[in-house]
Design a protein around this ligand. Structure first.
Ligand code: ATP
Ligand code: MG
Length: 262
């Protein structure tokens, strides 16, 4: 069985892309078949996996969605790229921003990505979707096909209002489009252990959302080594295998909550 997890937060720069890549490669290291989907017009996931010029790629998620909209057939594996560390990638690029507009007028506009996922899900144990920092049509499409949503939150800043809106939107999608949708949990990222700030934020998160949403016990520490990986096309497990960020993502990969349902 395949589990589809969307990694989302409409706040920018909170570690969505880093988490998608690290979790995906971590799961692949355990022998799972993993597809990661770059659902962000910035193409950061695509670039961080070594395809440094996403805008020059011939086939990306935008083309795949177009094919679904036009009811055209696709070869199995159409547009999917391979990464050296064992994951498959459906790349994304600037063309996705055009999709935000064109999706509005199509039939079943929230279900276009779901229709694609249905075509490929048999071949994977996990599909991870890296969402863009907005709650637009493409992100709603990700929520409409996901089994769960993982929410990275940067520990240096707590946009409580933003999280409320995110959780509300997830609830609405669950009620109206995708009844099986769950929140996997909130993951604190870029935690600076030299300060007490992270502890305060964790306490506040638990107080505010703890009754409704799981807050992962493991958080992801701040490390310049993690920031470097995005420029090199390799994962944190290759770049700094013994480092604290690799260890933290490894623990997240092992978390029963992620592993248990497959
Ligand atoms: P966007 O909203 O723009 O898509 P994002 O939520 O996907 O951003 P990332 O791109 O994963 O966030 O991370 C933002 C920046 O922080 C990147 O430069 C990344 O390399 C860096 N970064 C991510 N995780 C860490 C970490 N644990 N320690 C230090 N830097 C990190
Ligand atoms: Mg990103």
């Amino acid at each position: 069985m395949c589990k589809v997890i969307a990694i989302a937060n409409q706040k920018g720069g909170v570690g969505k892309t880093t988490t998608t890549g690290s979790l995906g490669i971590g799961l692949a290291k355990q022998g799972k078949k993993v597809l990661v989907i770059d659902a962000d017009a910035q193409g950061s996931l695509t670039a961080s996996l070594g395809f440094t010029e996403p805008d020059k790629l011939e086939v990306t998620l935008a083309n795949v969605l177009e094919k679904v909209i036009n009811d055209e057939e696709m070869e199995p594996g159409y547009g999917i790229l391979k990464h050296g560390e064992g994951i498959d990638l459906m790349p994304g690029n600037i063309e996705l921003s055009g999709m935000e507009v064109s999706l509005v007028n199509v039939m079943s506009r929230e279900l276009v990505l779901r229709s694609y996922i249905e075509q490929v899900r048999d071949r994977y144990s996990y599909i991870l979707i890296d969402c863009m920092p907005s709650l637009g049509m493409v992100t709603i499409n990700a929520f409409a096909c996901a089994d769960s949503i993982l929410i990275p939150v940067q520990a240096a800043y707590l946009p409580v209002k933003g999280l409320e809106q995110l959780i509300k939107t997830i609830g609405k999608v669950k009620r109206q489009i995708n009844p099986k949708l769950e929140i996997e949990g909130i993951l604190l990222t870029m935690v600076d252990n030299r300060t007490n700030y992270a502890r305060d934020i964790t306490a506040l998160l638990i107080e505010t959302y703890g009754s409704k949403v799981r807050i992962f016990e493991n958080s992801i520490p701040m490390s310049v080594r993690a920031a470097e990986t995005s420029a090199e096309g390799i994962s944190i497990y290759e770049h700094d295998p013994k480092g604290k960020v690799a260890g933290a993502y490894q623990s997240l990969t092992n978390a029963r909550v992620i592993i248990g349902t497959s």
